[in-house]
Design a protein around this ligand. Structure first.
Ligand code: GLU
Length: 578
């Protein structure tokens, strides 16, 4: 070893020893930075805000289950990252029950009011209203599902008292928390988008002079503390059938775009346990959420088409990304045509991820030239329904968290109020979602109905893709992200990075994104992905460079049980564990 190498080795040893010392002193607290991989055992949580991650860590350190921790994390996220998720919205959850060795998925997606029909988003001229015109006000609010999902989860898998899990969020709402830089930026940006349109949100997020509250301002939310106190005492009943329900129904009756949600709609809300959608990929089984989200199926299709390619040998090269992009185009074409709430529309769910069908689709990929846009295929299907493609594109909001507890149970949950700050309608200290804009606004095209059109009681199609990967029947990886319809690409990018290229979770979530939704390719500016532009253009791709704001959180379970976590450096999240 020459002197130079010896110096480097000594320096490395010093860093490792210092790190070990710090870890020994503060065993439970290890935050991820883009540079550092976080490792722990036996529990870990990764979420989009340090206060929320800490709330989950404390529950896990106390012997709580992943289900317990999820309640604490979600309640705190609702308070400190109010623009993204909360009890006014919906969520999808994958839960691995280690003792029963069973993967369950829960659908807490918002529902359309029973009185809604396919004309819901048509203006007086009979034409669909613009997306933005539809967002603001009570009309975009779907019946929220997140609280009932948490209650269902806790009822089945919780071990600590429900009220105790809400306590940290109640205390923080009473005492106040500092507005984070990201929340401050979001408030300022949303002012142009009518966040100050209604009095309640205006009074909470803005100063009396109308300026947006700045980072570091202490924000108290006594209304939310009271809401959570009521829920701590009585569970979800006041929310779905009592005084909170009454306030939601009156809050959605806004002066512009009034909603038609009723007490009956709230009382009828149900969380649905659904079949997971699982796709073999190399030595792994990649499991996700089925309809009404397009997430599990579209991620599964992309991977299924790449299964015939040796992605590991190609590495993160332009050649590999070209194949990925083409697979994404084909998958998004099927998504637009077939995917919606399968309780309402016939869907070839199994056919879409049939290995033979995906091999046929993969054969359409030319390794040397980009296709323009892909047409949807004809998956094997007993039904003969015919749909028109939906062009609906969701906008960014949303949060994803992953949790592993010391009993071996674990979960991956994506949670949303749709766009940042949802409908802008706020009651009792929380924002209500605008999830109904995830429906197609045009009910049909070319004389055919669109699968994702509005219908009474239906759940709008989502892109959320909470994922758990298995190997030899054991869970080895948890991942998911916000990002509207780009979520599918963010999650598929990260899966290829971890499963094919051997990246650890932190490297995978930090990797520059390559996104295609069956149109032009978006490369994340300022990252290694942007360097692919020239080579991809040479293959015929239309390429744009742009910021791509994922919010990926991931945990990998190594063979020896060590947990390694990753928090997206594009957001404020951290990983904590022991
Ligand atoms: N509403 C979107 C969906 O359910 C998520 C929005 C987002 O991630 O920003 O797919």
């Amino acid at each position: 070893m020459d002197t130079m190498n010896r110096c480097v080795a000594l320096l490395f040893l010093a860093v490792v020893l210092l790190g070990a010392l710090l870890i020994a002193q503060d065993k439970d607290r290890r935050a991820a930075t883009p540079a550092a991989q976080v490792a722990a055992s036996p529990f870990m949580v990764a979420a989009a805000n340090p206060l929320a991650t800490e709330a989950g860590r404390a529950v896990l350190a106390d012997g709580g289950t992943a289900a317990d921790a999820a309640v604490a994390v979600q309640a705190m996220l609702n308070l400190v990252e109010p623009q993204s998720s909360g009890i006014g919205g919906g969520a999808f959850l994958l839960y691995w029950d280690a003792s029963e060795r069973r993967l369950i998925t829960l659908d807490g997606r918002e529902k359309a009011p029973m009185a809604a029909d396919e004309t819901y988003w048509l203006g007086p001229d009979g034409e669909p209203v613009s997306w933005w015109d539809a967002v603001v006000g009570g009309r975009s609010v779907g019946v929220p599902g997140t609280l009932k999902l948490l209650e269902t989860l806790h009822g089945r898998y919780g071990s600590q008292p429900w009220a105790d899990l809400l306590r940290p969020a109640i205390d923080t709402a009473d005492a106040g928390f500092e507005i984070s830089p990201r929340l401050a930026e979001s408030i300022a940006a949303a002012q142009e988008r009518q966040l100050d349109r209604f009095e309640t949100a205006r009074a909470y997020f803005f100063n009396p002079d109308g300026t947006p509250k700045a980072a570091g301002t202490v924000l108290k939310n006594p209304a939310f503390a009271n809401t959570l106190r009521l829920i701590a005492e009585q569970g979800s009943a006041p929310f779905y059938e009592g005084e909170i329900a009454a306030d939601i129904v009156s809050a959605v009756r806004t002066d512009i775009n009034p909603g038609i949600l009723t007490l009956e709609d709230l009382a009828a809300y149900e969380v649905v346990e659904r079949e997971p959608v699982c796709m073999p990929y190399r030595a792994f089984e990649v499991c996700g959420m089925g309809p009404p989200t397009s997430g599990g199926l579209t991620v599964g299709q992309i991977l299924g088409m790449l299964a015939t390619v040796d992605m590991s040998a190609l590495g993160p090269s332009a050649e590999a990304w070209h194949l990925y992009i083409e697979a994404a185009k084909l998958a998004y074409a099927d998504r637009a045509l077939y995917m919606a709430d399968s309780d309402y529309v016939a869907m070839p769910t199994k056919g879409l991820i049939d290995a033979g069908y995906l091999a046929e689709r993969a054969a359409l990929i030319d390794p040397d030239a980009a296709m323009d846009t892909a047409e949807a295929g004809s998956p094997p299907w007993d039904e003969a329904a015919l749909w028109a493609p939906d062009t609906q594109v969701e906008r960014p909001g949303t949060s994803h968290f992953v949790i592993v507890d010391s009993h071996g149970d674990m979960l991956s949950m994506t949670t949303t109020i749709e766009t940042g700050f949802g409908s802008r309608v706020m009651t009792r200290g929380f924002l209500l979602n605008n999830e109904l804009t995830d429906f197609a606004r045009a009910p049909g095209a070319d004389g055919q109905p669109v699968a994702n059109r509005v219908e009474g009681g239906k759940r709008p199609r989502s892109s959320m893709s909470p994922t758990i990967v298995f190997k030899d029947g054991e869970p080895v990886l948890l991942v998911g992200s916000p990002g509207g319809s780009r979520i599918i690409n963010y999650v598929a990018n990260a899966l290829v990075a971890m499963l094919d290229w051997g990246m650890d979770p932190q490297a995978a979530v930090a990797m520059g994104h390559v996104v295609n939704r069956n149109g032009a390719t978006d490369l994340e500016e300022g990252t290694e992905a942007a360097d692919l532009a020239e080579a991809l253009r040479a293959l015929g791709h239309e390429v744009n460079l742009r910021p791509l704001e994922s919010g990926l959180h991931a945990i990998q379970i190594l063979d020896d049980g060590t947990l390694t976590g990753g928090a997206d450096p594009r957001r404020e999240g951290v990983v904590l564990g022991r």
